[in-house]
Design a protein around this ligand. Structure first.
Ligand code: ATR
Length: 282
């Protein structure tokens, strides 16, 4: 590493299994950018202190992961519209005029679904399962992509209603899982996105499987070496295309890289590498 190498990292707890260093190393090689990108573990009560030490040592930017995305939002002096809508920040850029915060998760989701998977958002009827931080993070980019309708369904219905109200868009509506079996599913969906954390226990969200009838794509925001429980559920019901969120991870990283370096890396070869690595480990 030369003395002028710009330093970046992903901060989180835990962060040991993050794939971000491998992704950014590939982006840097591909675009001939002189950067170093590490993992930065922080104690649960030590986000700000860890960030400040990294900045003091000359760090230029950070990706932020669980559980610090809201703290990162509070820490910024400048926030993008995407970050404001998400209420959370996954990308920090340290600049002369302060700390810039952005959120690239939603654009990562939309690019992966729209470009790699070839799904047309314009006019689509979208069902999002979950109403937590992950769901909120992708709300605005989904609406901006031109969907006709965005139904947010959550195990706890009140959180879905709150999130739909927060979107402030007539196309967004919230409901509980129980309401999906009847009215909402009667209209059908083109795309279902799983933004719940049910998959952490290898469980699928407990929705009436009839919601998958007629769906063209079922997309899980988490990823793994094997199909997730949600993907298996949608596939078993006959959904013609299912995907995990590995491509979203690569796309959100590419947008962060662009924010920092002003260069857009190619994502397809990086996605292929990561997919092969994951498969080799299973
Ligand atoms: P995240 O940042 O991952 O979104 P979160 O803000 O804690 O984390 O939100 C977790 C989301 O997953 C919520 O929508 C939660 O539903 P509730 O609001 O009803 O708790 C959802 N979730 C977690 N476990 C679930 C499960 N087993 N089945 C369905 N939904 C689940």
């Amino acid at each position: 590493m030369s003395p002028v190498t710009d330093r970046y990292a992903v901060i989180g707890n835990p962060v040991a299994h993050s794939r971000s260093p491998a992704i950014h190393a590939r982006f840097a090689r591909q675009t001939a950018q002189d950067i170093a990108y590490d993992r930065l573990p922080a104690p649960l009560d030590g986000f700000v202190a860890t960030v400040e030490a990294f900045r003091a040592a000359g760090g230029k930017g950070l990706n932020v992961t669980v559980p610090f995305k809201v703290e990162a939002f509070d820490y910024c002096t400048h926030r993008s519209a995407r970050a404001a809508a998400a209420g959370a920040v996954n990308t920090l850029a340290f600049r002369d005029d302060g700390v810039h915060g952005d959120n690239t998760d939603g654009v990562g989701l939309v690019r992966d679904i729209g470009q790699r998977l070839g799904f047309r958002f314009e006019g689509a009827r979208v069902l999002m399962l979950g109403a937590g931080g992950a769901a909120r993070g992708v709300l605005l980019p989904l609406l901006d992509a031109g969907v006709a309708r965005l139904t947010i369904a959550n195990r706890t219905a009140s959180r879905a209603h709150e999130l739909a109200a927060l979107a402030g868009d007539a196309r967004a509506a919230g409901c509980g899982f129980d309401a999906l079996g009847s009215a909402a599913s009667g209209e059908g969906f083109d795309l279902v996105v799983n933004a719940t954390s049910a998959g952490l226990d290898d469980a699928a969200p407990a929705v009436d499987e009839a919601v998958y009838d007629g769906v063209r794509l079922a997309y899980d925001m988490v990823y793994g070496a094997r199909p997730t429980a949600f993907m298996r559920q949608a596939g078993a019901r006959g959904c013609p295309a299912v995907s995990d969120g590995l491509g979203m991870l690569v796309e959100q990283a590419a947008e962060s890289f662009f924010i920092w370096r002003g260069v857009r890396p190619l994502t397809a070869p990086v996605y292929r590498d990561l997919r092969a690595e994951l498969a080799a480990r299973s």
